[in-house]
Design a protein around this ligand. Sequence first.
Ligand code: AP5
Ligand code: MG
Length: 215
Amino acid sequence: MRLILLGPPGVGKGTQASAIVKKYNVPHISTGDIFRANIKDGTELGKKAKEYMDKGLLVPDELVVSIVKDRLTKEDCVHGFLLDGFPRTINQAEALDKELTKMGIKLDKVVNIDADKEILIERAVGRRICKTCGSSYHVKFNPPKVENLCDIDNGELFQRDDDTHETVATRIEVYLNQTQPLIDYYQEKGIILNIDGTKPIDEVFETIVKALGDN
Ligand code: AP5
Ligand code: MG
């Protein structure tokens, strides 16, 4: 199954991605996670990406596209993949289309999750992530069993640098201007599935699985 997860910041892409990749046994490719790993490792790419990410802006297309192209050629993508947070501009979507055509493959579906701005801000600002394994929690909607500690490996939880109220608001604006046009782009191709992201985590997942049907 070859999927894209589309949706505004904080809507639940990463949360749903974890469950989707388990069910369909495909790799989870999150450009945000790739950049954060590079920032942690102090690479040149990480340094460049951080300048944009801290401001809530998109990393330039030329930096993102080559990383994804390269990732899609890896062995584990042969039977499918889940792209989370890519593409994010029409330019990126067109570059992806070109690459997939070259590879002789096609996207199956674009899962578009949506929710109102107030919900997005509350979710992003309350998110906490494990320093060790990257598992994601929410102080109110998905709290860990012990405050500030990961249920899986007891790792300390931290807040992403771009999860402040102000930066989340900027990220939402950027989404509306640069990423939302992708809904029409994929609608025209007839592969979009619109999912109500306001429901609890498990319900959103059930809706996605139903919408994907026998794919
Ligand atoms: P990225 O990491 O992709 O961030 P994002 O798109 O802003 O989305 P988030 O990861 O913040 O939210 P999410 O939808 O994954 O929500 P989550 O499941 O964690 O990108 C970060 C930055 O990298 C960008 O700003 C940009 O600078 C750069 N970048 C990345 N890709 C790029 C690209 N292609 N081009 C250019 N630049 C790029 O959930 C959020 C919280 O809500 C969690 O706490 C969770 O527990 C909770 N939650 C989830 N679902 C529910 C629910 N149904 N009910 C209640 N709570 C829920
Ligand atoms: Mg995410």
